[in-house]
Design a protein around this ligand. Structure first.
Ligand code: TXA
Ligand code: MG
Length: 343
């Protein structure tokens, strides 16, 4: 089904499955989600089982209108309305103190709930058809790259869930920005397409990053439990190479040759600006540094393609430390299990 031509039979079936406590995968503008009724503890439990996800890692609750938010939070800070007016529906998740409507199973035992309104017609119609509250993590098996195509969901979830709503490739390609409104200072728990600068501009105040998010502060536990796990991992060994473009290219080419001599298959995650400078057989272009959004679009798809091509080693060009580049880099660091070469 395409997003402007929604199949009403499929939607009805999806709504019924959710009411029966089942799981349904659906497209959003960020990545595909694995949905269940957020207000039923049994349904949330099923999500953890299907993903193989640790049960202390809370789920995001997806809603289709602002009134739905008011019903599940204990306190509604004024910033919520300001941010919702600016970015909902859209790739922004906000964290609040929850009330008793939301079961502990959905929030991994926390007294907070993360909520977002996705900007995708199929997602919004599905949420409405299903009763208004859909708990949904990304629809990958735990630890695998997030799915940006229905085919990716099928790879991971075939035979495990009864229905996947296919909306084609998603528009953004990385998960939503998570911002904390439950805990005094406003902070970003996961970077995404909505950047720190955008949030500061909208709120007219400083917003900080949670110290745990890039895994570079050793003693700092991230506030979003999901940020502590190795994530988005391809089967290959992966390393990020940071530094001046010329040096990065020279290093990756030398390593490619050395590994190829040992019979290893090497893949390179490059940018439009550098792709033709590599000697590897498997070069994939994330996008252009001139258009940071383009770097996110195919990011996870490329990791899955390298898996299919049975690549042994992946070298990825490091990206910048700000805006959407930082958000993609944050996923890349986890995909590489924190292996970085600084030139
Ligand atoms: O774009 C997205 O957000 C996608 C689509 C499907 O909406 N969903 C998504 O869900 O990325 P998931 O489960 O893959 O990632 C949710 C992240 C995890 O890192 C989790 O720990 C964090 O959100 N999270 C959820 N509820 C939280 C809470 N109450 N407090 C702290 N972190 C929370
Ligand atoms: Mg995920």
């Amino acid at each position: 089904m395409d997003q402007y031509n929604i199949n009403s039979d499929a939607m009805k079936m999806a709504g019924e499955l959710i009411r029966q406590g089942e799981l349904v995968a659906f497209p959003t503008e960020t990545v595909y989600g694995l949905g269940a009724d957020a207000l039923k503890e049994e349904a949330s439990r099923k999500i953890y089982a299907a993903k193989g996800r640790p049960s202390d890692n809370p789920l995001i609750v997806h809603i289709a209108d602002f009134e739905a938010l008011e019903k599940i939070v204990k306190v509604l800070p004024k910033e919520a309305k300001v941010l919702a007016d600016a970015y909902w529906p859209g790739p922004l998740t906000m964290r609040f103190l929850k009330n008793e409507m939301v079961p502990d199973e959905t929030t991994g035992g926390l007294d907070t709930v993360a909520v977002r309104m996705p900007d995708h017609p199929i997602a919004l119609e599905f949420i409405r058809a299903a009763g208004g509250y859909i708990a949904a993590p990304s629809a990958n098996r735990s630890g695998r790259p997030s799915p940006t195509l229905a085919e990716h969901v099928a790879e991971d979830m075939d035979g495990i869930i009864p229905l996947i709503l296919d909306g084609g490739q998603v528009g953004i390609g990385i998960e939503s920005t998570i911002v904390d409104l439950a805990d005094g200072d406003i902070s970003i728990l996961r970077p995404g397409f909505i950047t720190k600068e955008m949030l500061e501009e909208t709120l007219g105040q400083a917003v900080c990053f949670d110290k745990g998010i890039d895994g570079c502060h050793e003693n700092e536990q991230p506030k979003a439990p999901g940020m502590k796990y190795r994530h988005y991992a391809p089967k290959a060994e992966m390393a990020i190479v940071d530094g001046e473009a010329e040096k990065v290219i020279a290093y990756i080419n030398e390593e490619t040759q050395r590994l190829a001599e040992n019979g290893k298959k090497v893949g390179v995650m490059a940018t439009t600006e550098t792709a033709d400078k590599y000697v590897a057989k498997h070069i994939k272009v994330m996008g252009s540094r001139k258009e940071p959004g383009s770097l996110a679009y195919d990011f996870y798809k490329i990791l899955r393609e390298f898996d299919e091509e049975e690549i042994d080693y992946i070298f990825a060009e490091g990206l910048g430390e700000e805006g959407v580049e930082h958000a993609v880099m944050n996923r890349m660091i986890r995909a590489a299990g924190h292996r970085r070469v600084q030139l």
